[in-house]
Write a protein that binds this ligand. Structure first.
Ligand SMILES: CC(C)(COP(=O)(O)OP(=O)(O)OC[C@H]1O[C@@H](n2cnc3c(N)ncnc32)[C@H](O)[C@@H]1OP(=O)(O)O)[C@@H](O)C(=O)NCCC(=O)NCCS
Length: 159
């Protein structure tokens, strides 16, 4: 199994993969960095968790995801980030990361996973990916991120 919990030495690689995906703004990359820093400082915490896909190389990663329990909601979890670096996309790694998260959330009694994404064309592959994996549009907020760019909330029930 190539899915692992990251070690502190993987922090830079996570940031590199996020940047290399080519869809995240600099503000979003800053948030990824903050969540990585928070996760490792001073030691792993349980409000959000990272998982990584190593692809056989102990010194690099091909993808990562970050998820955690939604505060003040029973059995609801948020998927904050999922990202595979460009050369490794469309090889099934995103699907393996997502299934791993769903299994972990189910094992911890989770009822559903929620995630947010943008309606912009760059995120069409991500929206297709989520829908293929059983995520349904639960809400849509017009002109949320910018005029003409909606926020779409996807949900997958695990029960
Ligand atoms: C969205 C994302 C995480 C999906 O990861 P991925 O590893 O490319 O996903 P998968 O490989 O599991 O599935 C994607 C496609 O590859 C296909 N695929 C899966 N395994 C395959 C294989 N072994 N050989 C060929 N194709 C394969 C899937 O059928 C799917 O194809 P389709 O879109 O034509 O139906 C990735 O594209 C990504 O990081 N995008 C940029 C960041 C982003 O948008 N993140 C989400 C917002 S937070």
């Amino acid at each position: 199994m190539d899915i692992e919990l990251p070690l502190p030495k993987d922090a830079d690689a996570i940031a590199r993969v996020a940047k290399g995906a080519g869809v995240f703004t600099s503000e979003e990359l800053d948030v990824v960095q903050e969540m990585v820093d928070a996760y490792f400082n001073p030691e792993p915490r349980d409000d959000h968790t990272f998982v990584i896909y190593r692809n056989g190389d102990p010194n690099s990663i091909a993808g990562f995801a970050c998820y955690g329990p939604t505060p003040l909601a029973q059995g609801i979890w948020d998927l904050y980030w999922i990202c595979v670096d460009r050369p490794h996309q469309a090889m099934g790694i995103g699907g393996v990361l997502l299934e791993n998260i769903e299994n972990q959330v189910r094992a911890r009694g989770g009822r559903a996973i929620y995630l947010e994404t943008s309606s912009s064309p760059e995120y069409q592959p991500a929206r297709d990916f989520y829908q293929r994996h059983g995520y349904e549009c639960a809400a849509r907020f017009s002109d949320f991120y910018a005029p003409g760019e909606d926020k779409i909330v996807y949900r997958k029930s695990l029960v």
